[in-house]
Design a protein around this ligand. Structure first.
Ligand code: SF4
Length: 85
């Protein structure tokens, strides 16, 4: 299986001991236009993994991103904490 991984946001409400957020306080989210450009690569992969050091559902445009990804991907994976505050 080949896959592409895209970190759509670094925002996260959790405080996991293993996370680099504890040291570097990373925040921010991927620009939707950049995501649109990157999404042109999605048809080349079996799986599009929208996950990095952050909670994907906290991206302000995650619905739009999922709609774009759904059109261009064979399979989409998300790993969620389901914490939104
Ligand atoms: S980004 Fe992942 S590892 Fe880091 S605090 Fe959030 S859930 Fe934990």
């Amino acid at each position: 299986m080949n896959y592409i991984q895209v970190e759509v946001t670094r925002n996260c409400s959790e405080k996991c001991l293993v996370c680099p957020h504890r040291k570097w306080k990373m925040t921010g989210e991927m620009d939707l236009n950049l995501f649109l450009k990157v999404s042109n690569l999605f048809p080349n992969y079996d799986v599009v993994y929208l996950q990095g050091w952050g909670e994907p559902l906290q991206h302000s445009k995650i619905v739009e991103m999922l709609e774009i990804a759904k059109k261009k991907s064979k399979k989409i994976l998300l790993e969620l904490t389901l914490t939104m505050n």
